[in-house]
Each structure stands twice: as C-alpha cells, then as structure tokens.
Write a protein that binds this ligand. Structure first.
Ligand code: ADP
Ligand code: ZN
Ligand code: MG
Length: 484
C-alpha cells in the first residue's frame, strides 16, 4: 500500500428541484405514473424546439458560487450523441468545452481543499426498468429533468476522503436548496474515477471509472476494492485497462461493463437549437444577494459567536435545519432569562441536540425534519432544568415525552407531577426513611466505606421517583450520616 499514491476524482450528477423540466413545461415530480409527465419536446418529436428554463440557470449559478467557481458569462450547450433506449433524441443536451462554472473548490471536514474542475448544466435521460427475462420498460418522465454535473479534480487521495467529499457536497447543495440530494430517488448520482501511481511519481496511472453507486458507503467500499484490484494487477506485472466498471454491492466487487468511450465517440457539437447562454453582471449579482449562509460561514459563526468547539459546531452544521434550530433554541432561552451566559447555554443546547435528539432520531431511523418539538418548547425544557424546576433525570423523561407527543414541557410536568422536590424538610423525610431501612450501609459508612453513599442516594432518588433535587439529597444525607 505504501508503495502507491491513490488518485481519485468524482463526477456527481445532481437533479435540480425545479417544478418543470429544463426545456419544456412538463412536471419533474418523482414517483408519478410512468410516461405521464411527457410532451413532444421531451420525447423528441420531429420539429420541436427546446426553451431553456431560467430557474435552471439561477440554480447552476448558485451551485457555482457555493463551490467557489468562476461563473462564465458565456457558456454553450452542446449535443452529446449516443444511442440508448432511454434517450429518445439520441443525443443529450449538455455543456462541453464552455460550461457555466469552472475552477472552484470545496473544503473537506479537515480543511483540505478539493478542486472543482467544472459544473455544467445538462438534461437527464429516461429510466429503464429491466424485467425478468430480456424485456425492459422505459419511463420517459425523467427525460429532460435538469441536472448539474459537478466534476472534481483528481485531488482526492483515499476512499474515506471520497466519502467526506460527498458528505460536504451534499451538505452544501442542501444548504443552497437546489436539490434534495436523495440518492434513493436518484437525485444524487456519483461516478468514481480511480488510479494508482508509484509513490511520488508525477505521472498519473490509467484510471477506471466505477458506476452504479447507490450510497456514499458504496462509493467508499467500491474504491477500496478497486484500489486493491489495481495494486494486484500491477504487482502481477499486468496493465490496468481504462474502462467503466459496475459495483456489485451484494458481492462487494466491481465488474467490467464496457471500455470507456473517448470524448470523440460522443461527437460533441454546439446545440444549434439553443443560443449561447450569456449572463450579465446583474444576473450574477442578484443570485449573490440571494445566497444563504453556507456551511463554512455557519461553522465560523457557531465557533465565534456561540463559542462552541470545532467538533460541536461541525455536528450542528451537518444540516441547515439543525443549525437553524440550534440558534432558535438558544435565542428562546436567552429571551426567557437574559442574564444567562450565552456560551454556557450554547454548550448545553448543543449537547441536548447532538446527544439526545440526534441519538433518538438515529435510533428511530428518522430525519431532522421528523422532529416535531418546537424550538420554544425545547428552550423551555432547558430553562426548567436550569432553574431546578426539574432534575436532569426528569429532564430526559420530559424530553422523551415531548419527542413522542409534541406536548409542551409545562403540560407534561404538570400532567405527570414531575416538579422537582426542593423542600429540605420533605427530602429529609426520605433520607431518614432510607437510613432506617439500611442500617448495614450506615455502619459500613461509619467504618470508612464512604462510597456507600452512592447507593443510598440511589435509594432516595428511587423513593422520590427521581424528583428530589440531587445536590440537596447529597447534602442532607451527608449531614445525617456524619451526625450519627
Ligand atoms: P473522462 O474524459 O474519461 O470523463 P475526465 O478527464 O473528464 O475523464 O475526468 C473525469 C473524472 O476523472 C474527473 O473527476 C477527474 O478528476 C478524474 N480523473 C482524471 N484522470 C484521473 C486519473 N488518472 N485517476 C483518477 N481520476 C482521474
Ligand atoms: Zn416535456
Ligand atoms: Mg468526463
């Protein structure tokens, strides 16, 4: 392994979530009855002409800006010819030598920059459904759905970096709001290119391209497999041939699909039915004004304004809705009591979200959007913990109930009678009762086994159903024991 450098470049197709297709008014909705969202344009009837959807251009500029690309004021649509049943025109309208976005980068979690060669606009093809036997069906609902293809520089040097690249890219695209990046529905598709070369060599080795990758984990695993295959082939004195390979997720192997086409096989030429795409400064400026805060900027704010650690901040920026939720909750708590320290509150909210909420959602296999607790209610829960209305232990019970029933913490606490017991007289009764019932523990304590105090606290908490204020319990218990 140490003898070789690994070289990886990823090509990612992202379906833009416009309402209508790129060159006609058909709906882009996923999951409709096959061949119902079609018209003469997207099924390529003779004599039809494409009309470019402006929103697609807006979105492409957004993506380009998000990826730190230069936005080309002049870009050109080209025909990419190939013959396949899912492509009724026999060519795909794409961008070739003059794409809309070029020369950008994206930061990995560890700060490493991965170059973005280009991001261009193109139309999607239809979908083939292969039946048992040798019959296939074709659904043209997807033909003409707008895509943006994002091509990375061969800057990625390991399968795990590829995984991180995809996580970061998806995160960015979701922040931009231009796609849901749902891999199961095909709105994010990735092809991985890989080669190896002797360590330190400046010449790249022959690459293979892996297709049919339906999860980020599959990208990582297939690359691991393919790297080992490259090494084996080369160590045996043979040569890697440039080809496209398919990932078989069940068997965990790649298999040869076809030798890779060269660009000249596609016979690219400028699309005569569309004009060059010309952007002016005003268009680009308007999109710039409309850009949301992006993950890197959010991270900076969380670390600087909220004093969170890099680790905590990175967890919260995973999803835009999570970081917005976090900020809202902190805001609500500070509204409830402006004397609270923002840093302390932030750390507390961050813990609750990353440990309790994300833990629960993960366990239930749910998304952040599935969480129905309002920021206000979440804030109230933490506020009630801080002012000792409820104990930490009860807090978790209330949280569970909020998560399941969407009731407000006040309602739950009242309903279940969960208010913390902070009356010393009342707690003292429980302390005495437990001491009476556990003479052995008392004598152990007196004999120097001070650790036994933990057991006694547990007994008292049990008697109060977790409602006693723990520090009062400790204080009173110690006093009683020492007085014995
Ligand atoms: P092709 O013409 O075969 O599609 P491109 O030059 O367009 O090749 O590159 C496609 C992707 O492959 C890009 O992401 C690029 O970074 C990556 N790539 C190019 N050369 C190599 C290589 N030798 N090893 C690994 N990846 C590579
Ligand atoms: Zn159509
Ligand atoms: Mg290419």
């Amino acid at each position: 392994m140490d003898k070789y450098d690994i070289v990886i470049g990823l090509e990612v197709h992202i379906q833009l979530n416009t309402n209508t297709k790129i060159f006609c008014n058909c709906s882009t909705k996923f999951g409709d009855e096959p061949n119902t969202n079609v018209c003469p344009v997207c099924t390529a009837m003779p004599g039809v002409l494409p009309v470019l959807n402006k929103k697609v251009v807006d979105y492409a500029i957004k993506v380009g800006l998000g990826l730190n690309c230069s936005i080309n004021k002049l870009s050109v649509f080209s025909r990419k010819q190939y013959f396949y049943p899912d492509l009724p025109k026999n060519y795909q309208i794409s961008q070739y030598d003059k794409p809309i976005c070029e020369n950008g980068y994206i930061n990995l979690s560890n700060g490493k920059k991965i170059g973005i060669t280009r991001a261009h606009i193109e139309e999607d093809a239809g979908k083939l459904i292969h039946l048992a036997g040798d019959e296939s069906l074709v659904d043209y609902n997807r033909t003409g759905v707008p895509l943006i293809e994002i091509v990375s520089e061969p800057d990625i040097t390991s399968p795990s970096e590829s995984y991180d690249y995809l996580v970061r890219l998806k995160q960015l695209i979701k922040y931009l709001g231009v796609s849901d990046c749902n891999m199961e529905e095909g709105s994010l598709r990735c092809d991985a290119n890989i080669s190896i070369k002797p360590r330190g060599s400046r010449l790249f080795g022959t690459k293979t391209e892996i297709k049919n990758l339906n999860s980020f984990k599959a990208v990582e695993k297939s690359l691991e497999y393919e790297i080992n295959r490259h090494i084996e082939v080369i160590e045996e004195g043979n040569k890697i041939i440039q080809e496209t390979r398919l990932w078989d997720d069940k068997k965990g192997i790649t298999v040869s699909m076809r030798s890779k086409e060269e660009a000249n096989d596609y016979r690219y030429f400028p699309e005569p039915d569309l004009r060059n795409l010309v952007l002016d400064d005003e268009w680009i400026e308007n999109i710039k004004k409309d850009m949301p805060l992006l993950p890197d900027e959010r991270l900076k704010i969380l670390m600087e304004d909220y004093d969170l650690s890099n680790y905590d901040a990175n967890v919260l920026i995973l999803e835009k809705s999570l970081v917005e939720y976090f900020e809202e909750i902190v805001g609500c708590i500070l509204d409830l009591d402006e004397n609270l320290d923002k840093k302390t509150v932030s750390k507390q909210v961050s813990n609750w979200l990353s440990v309790e909420l994300l833990g629960k959602l993960n366990k239930d296999n749910k998304k952040i959007e599935d969480n129905k607790i309002s920021a206000k209610d979440f804030a109230k829960l933490i506020f009630l913990l801080n002012n000792n209305t409820i104990s930490g232990k009860i807090g978790k019970i209330v949280f569970e109930e909020m998560y399941n029933s969407c009731k407000s913490p006040d309602e739950i606490i009242k309903e279940k009678n969960l208010v913390q017991i902070t009356d010393s007289k009342e707690i003292e009764k429980f302390v005495l009762e437990v001491l009476d019932n556990n003479p052995k523990s008392v004598s152990d304590y007196k004999a120097g086994k001070v650790k036994i105090i933990g057991f006694l606290v547990g007994q008292i908490m049990q008697k109060t159903k977790g409602k006693a204020n723990p520090s009062l319990v400790n204080q009173l218990l110690k006093a009683k024991l020492d007085a014995k």
